[in-house]
Write a protein that binds this ligand. Structure first.
Ligand code: ZN
Ligand code: ZN
Length: 356
């Protein structure tokens, strides 16, 4: 007797500029270390917008997008020992095999069988179900009392802002930190930089609404850089010394250029942004300034710590969420998120019909 293959709704990328909500076969287990998760909440990342524009060459047509979210385990492979059907889990944007050299070095972003593969080289989370490889080393259990919406912020943006911005920038008590870009990741860096009590946090953006939000989130000064005078304003605020840490959270030549001009002697430039074009490195000015420049793809190794901070109320990521949609409104949600300035959008939450 043949049973009909169950279907599910999913957001499919069909090449540059083309996306559709479609019925797709429900994913099934392939390896013993896989699980299948029924998604309850997911979201859209700036990276998804890059993919939809055709900027990310590794994403093939027909791919289900999404690398963030929470859900409930629906099926487990025979090799999965930490999770059972019915468990609520947080999905990490980084898949870790837990065994390769890079995983052992605490750098699963470069895992030989994982890394950023979800919604990239394998089907992702903007669907009713998702197959997740290496479940034991890539998923996190969600405490019973946790708010799911806040948990979604832990899949990507909080570890990214924290690891690539705050940890790589080595923020210390009393530092002056500048964050260039007040999107969801820049705001995540803003929230987590406060673990280290810097004296001043200057946030720079082109959008007044985002700057206003940054001030509510703990920034001590804001600069709208539309007039091209961000550098002189920062230098005036720091009596000509520049900042200790400049966190780049945009991914553009102009914003990386600002970081190079405002970093003070002994300072750190921590790049988070995804750069699609080359930038000019002003080594003729920086060579003698004891500067450190860092780059990193998020490893999501800080997620358990961040989760505990959220549960303890020390970190309140839910405030980054501005819009709520049903999962089958994902196309509308993409359009809202793509017009973030006009819509005053930061992070959107997509909820499955069956979730609470
Ligand atoms: Zn992302
Ligand atoms: Zn690995």
């Amino acid at each position: 007797m043949m049973s009909k293959t169950p279907v599910m709704k999913a957001l499919i990328y069909h090449g540059s500029g083309k996306k559709t909500l479609e019925d797709m076969p429900k994913p099934s287990l392939r390896e013993a270390t896989d699980v299948v998760v029924r998604m309850t909440k997911t979201t859209i990342c700036g990276t998804d917008l890059h993919i939809l524009k055709g900027d990310v060459a590794t994403v093939a047509g027909g791919r289900i997008l999404g690398h963030e979210g929470v859900g409930i385990i629906d099926e487990t492979g025979t090799g999965v020992s930490h999770f059972r059907k019915g468990d609520r889990v947080l999905i990490s944007c980084i898949t870790a095999c837990g065994k390769c050299e890079y995983c052992h070095r605490g750098m699963p972003s470069h895992c030989e069988q994982g890394g950023w593969i979800l919604g990239n080289t394998i089907d992702g989370t903007q669907a009713e179900f998702v197959r997740l490889p290496f479940a034991d080393t890539s998923l996190h259990p969600i405490p019973v009392s946790a708010e799911e919406d806040a948990m979604v912020m832990l899949s990507d943006i909080l570890p990214t802002g924290y690891e690539c911005g705050v940890l790589n920038g080595v923020v210390k008590p009393g530092d002056t930190v500048a964050i260039i870009g007040a999107g969801p990741v820049g705001l995540s860096a803003l929230l987590t930089t406060q673990f280290y009590t810097p004296a001043n946090i200057i946030v720079i953006d082109l959008d007044d609404n985002r700057l206003k939000v940054a001030m509510q989130f703990g920034a001590t000064a804001m600069i709208n850089s539309t007039d091209g005078k961000a550098v002189e304003k920062v230098m005036a605020m720091t009596v000509g010394k520049g900042v200790d840490v400049a966190i780049e959270a945009v991914g553009a030549a102009a914003t990386f250029g600002i970081c190079q001009e405002i970093v003070g002697a002994g300072g750190r430039i921590a790049n988070i942004g995804v750069h699609g074009a080359s930038v000019t490195l002003h080594l003729e000015k920086l060579w003698s300034q004891n500067i450190t420049i860092t780059t990193r793809l998020v490893d999501a190794v800080s997620t358990p710590m961040l989760l505990k901070s959220v549960m303890a109320g020390k970190l309140k990521p839910k405030q980054i969420i501005t819009h709520y949609f049903a999962l089958d409104e994902v196309i509308k949600a993409c359009d809202t998120f793509a017009n973030a300035g006009r819509e005053c959008a930061l992070k959107v939450i997509l909820s499955a019909a069956t979730s609470t």
